[in-house]
Design a protein around this ligand. Structure first.
Ligand SMILES: Cc1cc2nc3c(=O)[nH]c(=O)nc-3n(C[C@H](O)[C@H](O)[C@H](O)COP(=O)(O)O)c2cc1C
Length: 198
């Protein structure tokens, strides 16, 4: 029995292409008895990290105000989903050459010293080890394998920082080029998803 955490970052919610691909992959991965956790960042946006919110993280738990406890409880809830997950399935749109701001706000609430990473003498060490992640990347243009693909190295680095090093990307690119191109790209991504089930 495993737990799959499906994270959708498309502003179009379940209708986004990255969300559709993420849902298709989660469906393929889920076996009877497995558990699915869905985190839709369009439906339930994570607030921007502010100095006040960050102060809540760094204040000793015994000294937190009621407001700070609420902030930490919220972040703890997001982190507990990640801890529970054996597999993370992330739908990743590209908006204005980078990751959606909603996803960045989520990342800012799950990178917590002492919770998801810790500092050691040799640098930071991720605490979310033993997990596999799949990233379903949807883009209007073509970026994969070029320096303009800022998303792949960034998401890889961020997940590795938390201890998630086994990460596989599936791309659906050129979705804005034309109808025929879009169908081909989505079909290819769907075939890659099916290949993972085989
Ligand atoms: C506001 C906005 C900005 C976008 N910026 C880019 C971009 O910089 N590069 C690109 O290739 N596609 C861009 N696109 C196209 C999206 O990457 C494409 O529609 C993709 O399907 C988005 O994923 P989603 O359908 O899961 O939301 C943009 C789309 C929107 C709505």
């Amino acid at each position: 029995m495993k737990t799959v955490l499906q994270i959708e970052a498309s502003m179009f919610g379940e209708h986004g292409q990255s969300s559709r691909l993420a849902a298709a992959l989660a469906k393929v991965l889920l076996q009877p008895g497995d558990h699915l956790i869905e985190r839709d960042l369009a439906r339930d946006p994570v607030p921007h990290l502010t100095a006040q919110r960050f102060a809540a993280f760094t204040t000793a738990s015994s000294e937190r105000t009621a407001e700070q406890r609420e902030v930490v409880d919220y972040s703890d809830g997001l982190i507990s989903e990640l801890r529970a997950a054996d597999v993370i399935v992330l739908g990743l749109p590209m908006y204005n050459f980078g990751i959606p701001s909603t996803l960045k706000a989520y990342f800012d609430h799950i990178a917590r010293a002492g919770e998801t990473f810790r500092y050691t003498n040799t640098g930071p060490a991720g605490l979310l080890t033993g997990k596999k992640a799949y990233v379903l990347a949807a883009r209007g243009g073509h970026y994969h394998g070029t320096p303009a693909d800022t998303e792949t190295p960034y998401v890889r680095q961020f997940l590795a920082f938390l201890g998630v090093r086994d990460v596989e990307f599936i791309y659906a690119e050129g979705l804005a080029i034309g109808a025929e191109h879009k169908v081909k790209a989505l079909d290819a991504a769907t075939a890659n998803i099916a290949r993972l089930a085989a």
